[in-house]
Design a protein around this ligand. Structure first.
Ligand code: P6P
Length: 347
């Protein structure tokens, strides 16, 4: 027991590197593991360091602005978007840990070239979420979701990607802001690491993150108000009134960059709401590269994530770019939101 206690302290010791943290966690939690997931995460962090470097100097080199292309979502593709997407694919496809990848920027799955070994995991990612904010130097982020392979053919398939969020083995994000912070969970707590460029390592800065069970912030684009259905309108009105878990009006904070809005709520408490609306009847945000990984982090930090009528992690994905309404954050605030959709308070 004493040995475990020592290991436990070590891996949650402020300042320990991500490399040491994942190795200690693997030793303590999965002593029989062969280290595939650990190695996969280290390759992903290398990609994140490269993206962070390019994001920091984006204003100085010709990497800002638009590529002139639109992606599968119909969104204008930023040069940094493309760069981040390419860096992740190149840094991960040769590792022998992945059977398939899926990126928000690609219509179909990304198969592993025949010259590389096939691994036991499937990676879904949004290479640079919030990229429309890049030119204004607003925080943006990479979001990732890792599932265990379920297919059994010569290479990975869509089946490996189209899994429920509750099956994830690991999920998290990297936020490129005033500092570069990586937050991740493997289902054993949520931990945050801050990149120290002087040593080129992510160092543990936020061990065992727990989202406050009730917040004081609501985060939504109120410009869409007249496109929402009645429950969404009544829910947001409630957060402006005293008819809410807090008993007084919440503060409104909206950055317009999902990772930044989510990260603030994770640390301070609060709720992020992106309802379906007349323009996006299924919702704007994507289930696989955005909602599922953030829901996995939220749940492991004591929070919740729902469409209003269904918990995000229970949703059976129908297609790679499956969109969902997203209500995510502090447990009491999300449960309050659900009451507006279940024929309760706001119906
Ligand atoms: P709106 C960024 O484009 C993004 O995908 C998320 O990062 C963000 O939460 C959302 O869209 C913002 O959308 O419609 O409020 O501009």
């Amino acid at each position: 027991m004493a040995g475990n206690a020592v290991n436990h302290d070590c891996e949650r010791h402020i300042g320990i590197s991500f490399t040491e943290h994942v190795a200690e966690s693997q030793h303590r939690l999965s002593p029989a593991a062969r280290g595939e997931l650990t190695s996969l995460l280290l390759h992903l962090m290398m990609a994140a360091k490269i993206i962070a470097r390019e994001t920091r100097k984006a204003g100085l080199v010709d990497i800002l602005g638009l590529t002139g292309r639109t992606n599968v979502q119909g969104e204008k593709v930023q040069k940094l978007d493309d760069y981040a997407d390419d860096i992740i694919i190149r840094n991960l496809r040769y590792t022998g840990h992945l059977c398939v990848m899926s990126s928000e920027e690609h219509e179909d799955i990304i198969t592993i070239p025949e010259r590389y070994a096939i691994g036991n995991y499937a990676l879904t990612f949004d290479p640079l979420d919030g990229s429309s904010n890049i030119d204004a130097n607003v925080s943006i982020g990479t979001i990732f979701s890792i599932q265990r392979r379920v297919s059994d053919g010569p290479t990975g398939t869509r089946q490996d990607i189209l899994q429920r969020g509750k099956n994830q083995v690991c999920a998290g994000y990297i936020i490129y802001g005033s500092s570069t912070i990586m937050v991740y969970t493997t289902g054993h707590g949520v931990h945050g690491f801050t990149l120290d460029p002087s040593v080129g390592e992510f160092l543990l800065s936020h061990p065992d993150i727990r989202i406050p069970e009730q917040g004081r912030i609501y985060s939504v684009n109120e410009g869409n108000y007249y496109r929402w259905d009645a429950p969404a309108r009544k829910l947001v009105e409630a957060f402006k009134s005293e008819e809410n878990p807090r008993g007084e009006p919440y503060s409104s904070r909206y950055i317009g960059s999902l990772v930044a809005d989510f990260h603030r709520n994770l640390l301070y408490g609060g709720i992020f709401i992106y309802p379906a609306d007349a323009k996006s009847p299924s919702g704007k945000l994507r289930l696989l590269p955005e909602a599922n990984p953030l829901a996995f982090v939220a749940h492991n930090a004591g929070g919740l994530a729902t469409t209003g009528t269904q918990r995000i992690l229970d949703i059976e994905p129908k297609r790679l770019h499956h969109r969902v309404p997203l209500i995510i954050g502090s447990r009491k605030d999300v449960e309050f939101a659900e009451s507006f959709y279940s024929g309760g308070t706001g119906a």
